[in-house]
Design a protein around this ligand. Structure first.
Ligand code: FES
Ligand code: FES
Length: 148
């Protein structure tokens, strides 16, 4: 199928299979920020924005995403660079595997709630797991992004 997306602000057409997952479509298109962690919708490493909401791209079929407005961490690095910068400045990452997904979810949170409380950050980010940094520094990074 020819999948038509608005991808990081640009209209693109990608030749793919309808039963391919959006995560593999994006990665084969060169956008390798989103990672396959669990592949079952639990870890958040594959999070991208689909029509404004954070979505596990490992679970969304290309056919379901056809026509969507998709933003990845690469696009947000250009559109909202202060979020990734806040993670870098506040020790919000170590190995970086989870970080693109964390940044995408943090962006979505701050779009809906520009100054979230610590409890609101904990709740919203519960679907983004990190096995090495520690969640306190991730929450501190999001607070710094909110105040940037
Ligand atoms: S790889 Fe998609 S949620 Fe873990
Ligand atoms: S920075 Fe390594 S898993 Fe989060």
């Amino acid at each position: 199928m020819n999948m038509r997306l608005k991808l990081n602000g640009d209209v693109v057409t990608i030749d793919t299979q309808p039963d391919a997952f959006l995560l593999e479509v994006l990665r084969e298109h060169g956008l390798t920020g989103a990672k396959e962690g669990c592949a079952v919708g639990v870890c958040g490493a594959c999070t991208v924005l689909v029509n404004g909401d954070p979505v596990s791209s490992c679970l969304l079929l290309a056919g379901q995403a056809d026509g969507a407005d998709v933003w990845t961490a690469e696009g947000l690095a250009r559109a909202a660079p202060h979020i990734a910068a806040a993670f870098a400045d506040n020790e919000g990452l170590q190995c970086g595997i989870c970080t693109p997904g964390q940044v995408v979810s943090a962006y979505a949170l701050l779009q809906k709630n520009p100054h979230p409380t610590d409890a609101e950050i904990r709740t919203y980010m519960a679907g983004n797991l990190c096995r090495c940094t520690g969640y306190a520094s991730i929450r501190r990074s999001i607070e710094a992004a909110a105040n940037a």
